[in-house]
Design a protein around this ligand. Structure first.
Ligand code: AHG
Ligand code: MN
Ligand code: MN
Length: 288
């Protein structure tokens, strides 16, 4: 099957689409459009919201997704994933519209991800804890392997693309120096960075740790997408006792204004996220 390599197109994010990005997007749309429950979809790969079949126009839910997360890892057999967010439709009769998509993460009905790694796992929360399933290929079903997952309050890992160091604010530079133990108040963490958000998040969820993708001089609003990546993972993180922030406020409290809005993201163990927020604030205060 012809699934490797670039599709030869640039998506709405300005990124080169891989063939698997396109395929995963089609699979998601196909799986959701006939359910009767979903009236509208929104995808990282498409500029506009995608209506479900006309027969589903009264569906109560809207689903937003990153069909394939970790595009740069596809052709090298490194873990990748799919992230989804489910919102309750708020518009009255007629066709659901973009307003139904632009709801705060706090309003999510459910959210989660599937990770295609050494096994295929699905992790989700419907607002009542976080539950992990593993795909059993023999029976073709997901088996519950871990329910009510609680993430450690502090972790041993920090995850960030450190090649961007010179592009970060002094606050993030300080945070990373502390995690490396360079500065006095060093917390001495170990570094882990895969480059697939799902995989970095999943590891840190289970072992404890903090993932960061700050705004930088190349991406002044951050790289990651609020509605397809940050909000669903923030929902899972909070439900597991962790936290997610844009550096100053909880991700779940951000009022979205655009479908493809980007955000800085600090996510993972509660005390580690709090440490990052506090350090950013302290450095900001001394710089002014
Ligand atoms: P996507 O493949 O959906 O575009 O997402 C890629 C994201 C995310 O998975 C990862 O955390 C981040 O990009 C990695 O970015 P860098 O290569 O800049 O570190
Ligand atoms: Mn992604
Ligand atoms: Mn993607």
């Amino acid at each position: 099957m012809d699934i490797l390599g670039a599709a030869g197109r640039i998506n709405v994010q300005g990124e080169e689409q891989q063939k698997l990005d396109v395929l995963a997007n089609e699979v998601m749309k196909e799986a959701l459009r006939h359910t009767g429950r979903v009236s509208l979809m929104a995808s990282e790969e498409e500029e506009d919201p995608i209506p479900a079949d006309p027969s589903a126009a009264s569906g109560k839910y809207v689903v937003l997704f990153d069909p394939l997360d970790g595009s740069s890892n596809i052709d090298v057999n490194v873990s990748i994933g799919t992230i989804f967010s489910i919102q309750r439709r708020v518009s009255a009769d007629g066709c659901a519209n973009v307003i139904d998509c632009l709801q705060k993460g706090r309003e999510q009905v459910a959210a989660g991800y599937v990770m295609y790694g050494s096994s295929t796992v699905m992790v989700y929360s419907a607002g009542n804890g976080v539950h992990c399933f593993t795909l059993d290929p023999v029976i073709g079903e997901f088996r519950l392997i871990n329910h009510d997952v609680e993430t450690p309050t502090t972790g041993k890992y920090y995850s960030i693309n450190e090649s961007n160091y010179t592009r970060w604010s002094p606050g993030y530079q300080k945070v990373v120096r502390c995690f490396k133990g360079v500065d006095d108040e060093g917390t001495g963490k170990n570094a882990r960075y895969i480059g697939s958000l799902v995989a970095d998040f999943h590891r840190n969820l289970l072992t404890g740790g903090v993932f960061m993708y700050p705004a930088d001089t190349k991406s002044p609003k951050g790289k990651l997408r609020l509605l397809y990546e940050a909000c669903p993972l923030a929902f899972v993180a909070e439900q597991a006792g962790g936290a997610a922030s844009d550096g100053t406020r909880p991700i779940l409290d951000i009022e979205p204004t655009e479908l493809h809005q980007r955000t800085p993201l600090v996510i993972g163990s509660r005390d580690d996220v709090a440490f990052v927020e506090r350090t950013l604030q302290e450095v900001e205060a001394t710089v002014q």
